[in-house]
Design a protein. Structure first.
Lengths: 349, 349
């Protein structure tokens, strides 16, 4: 074991502060990574503040990790020292159940091991995430980063990117499809970029007219203001897929009316009870509501490769580690375009 | 035009009573049907009582019609005098939009014409349903009934049958699939029979332990009592499809937990707001909730042919026309196994 520096919270109400945590010794199939950048996901805040219950302290968040390989175990085949790699929301799973065998480790029947606040299978206790100098991760959960992408802007792809890419791929978005992305935040801005790169006609659906210009800059072909009843009526029954990134409780009924017959709205943001859905809005037009959770490791690699081919990265604001508490307040106030990324050099200095 | 006898209601609060209504003269593509039997659907009651608003009076309900062809227009090819035929929930549609071209007339972009309380395209005013001696229907909306089936027990197939058959087929139920049918009423009892005939392992999901025996008689392989938390836990993540026939507002969250990864619960009963769905119950396991509305004409014929092959009909209680008001009270109290069917001879006598 080695002791490394990290930032974390000692209780649900404490600010994040400098901590020392343990990282395991390199096992035969492990990769040791010097963390260069780590994205700030809203889930980090939920976990720090125990919003979803079950948080274990200290919480060291961070599951949008980009770094450089500094050592490998003797059986590691895919990576070598100096490689630029990523780690997303998972660092382990049983790798043996029906879900894992289908490359859906996020739904592992025995429970995937979260990059932070997961059950550490090796050291015991719970896992610590990417707000840290270094991390040791099993090779199978480490991802290759295409060389042409800007490293710091890649970090958010590991969660926000795969969370939006996976449903777009799973529901088979193709050239010319009308895709609506609902909500313009960390997830939504990646949804626009990825759907556009897949060739879709992308409509940004937002309550805020002042987000129109930015949505178009990010690649949206049109903007639909969801408070404008007439505009909503005009686009009724016109969408092949809706990607709903709104992170809080809301009324999905008006959006269901936008779907074509047999089309689906995929929920990726709100992990809480929604407003009541009217059965008639599903029955008329055989419409569907589904959920989607990040993506498996194979699909995450596919997403990174796709981003390499299409030059897609996140829009970020780079921050130093000590700024994290202020950054959290700004995330909560939706005051970031569109993802904070921590420069971990600021932790080493 | 001709005048025929019917039963209908003059206002939302009136009892059904004997009326005289107009039927159109035979057009070149029309079939004139002497109605033999008509099933009693809960929608009839909702329409009579204006529960869904927009009812036009007098309401003459009935969209589970079985009868005998007594005359045909000069261009009618598919039917001849004496044929036993059925009419379901629709008597017309534009037959020219994207939905109609996909054999989904129930979702016709211009609005399908309901068998009752629809906008009558020929006579003007609104359509009158099957609680009547005779009906005149466009050939394309008339269905052939397999000769081996008992006519009076076929009537409910025209609505309850297709409403459950269509989602089972659309979601591709096949031999060995685990299908849960939620709620044992008119729809649920057909859901069990049809899923079983498709080769599925059928589990009846009900709040009422006293329905177990009957569910098994109808073909259910197992019964799951939804109030039994331990039993629900045991069957978590085990269903390929859930067919939810509950006709009123309820909490679908416990049922979502029964679905396998990527599996769907199809709502066919509740045309009203449901209790709030927890986003996490969709996101974990990429689960789906969908709706389904009857089925197109082509699929309704396919359903009837399937029922002919597999000897599937409804369990019915045959009643005379004047009993209808009492029957409605019993439907509301779920006191029928499992569908009332009116013998229209009782109207002619």
């Amino acid at each position: 074991m080695s002791i490394v520096k990290a930032y974390g919270a000692q209780s649900p109400t404490a600010a994040l502060e400098l901590l020392e945590i343990e990282r395991r010794d390199l096992k035969h199939d492990d990769v040791k990574i010097k963390i260069l950048y780590c994205g700030v996901c809203h889930s980090d805040i939920h976990t720090v503040r125990n919003d979803w219950k079950g948080s274990k302290y200290p919480v060291v968040p961070g599951h949008e990790i980009v770094g450089e390989v500094i050592a490998i175990g003797e059986d590691v085949k895919k990576f070598k020292k100096g490689d630029k790699v990523g780690v997303g929301c998972m660092v382990d799973s049983c790798q043996n159940c029906e879900a894992c065998n289908k490359d859906l480790e996020q739904f592992c029947e025995k429970g995937m091991v979260g990059t932070y606040n997961g059950k550490d299978q090796i050291l015991g206790g719970h896992t610590f995430g990417g707000y840290s100098e270094k991390i040791v991760v099993k090779e199978d959960f480490v991802l290759s980063i295409p060389e042409n992408l800007e490293l710091k802007a890649v970090a958010p792809l590991l969660c926000a990117g795969i969370t939006t890419y996976s449903p777009l791929k799973h529901w088979n978005v193709k050239k010319g499809d009308r895709v609506g992305v609902i909500g313009l935040g960390g997830l939504g801005h990646m949804g626009i970029k990825l759907a556009k790169a897949m060739g879709a006609h992308v409509v940004m659906v937002t309550t805020s007219p002042n987000k129109s210009q930015d949505a178009k800059r990010l690649g949206a072909d049109e903007v639909l203001i969801s408070k404008d009843k007439q505009a909503m009526e005009t686009m009724a029954n016109s969408f092949d897929l809706l990607l709903n990134t709104i992170p809080v409780k809301h009324d999905i009924n008006p959006y269901l009316k936008l779907l074509k017959i047999d089309a689906t709205m995929v929920m990726v943001g709100a992990i809480e009870p929604l407003e009541p859905v009217h059965g008639g809005n599903l029955i008329m037009g055989r419409k569907r509501v589904a959920g989607s959770l990040i993506g498996g490791i194979k699909e995450t690699q596919e997403m990174l490769d796709f981003c390499g081919e299409h030059n897609v990265v996140s829009d970020i604001e780079l921050i130093d580690m000590p700024y994290i508490n202020e950054a959290y307040e700004r995330v909560i106030n939706a005051d970031v375009k569109y993802r904070f990324v921590i420069d971990l050099e600021s932790l080493r200095n």
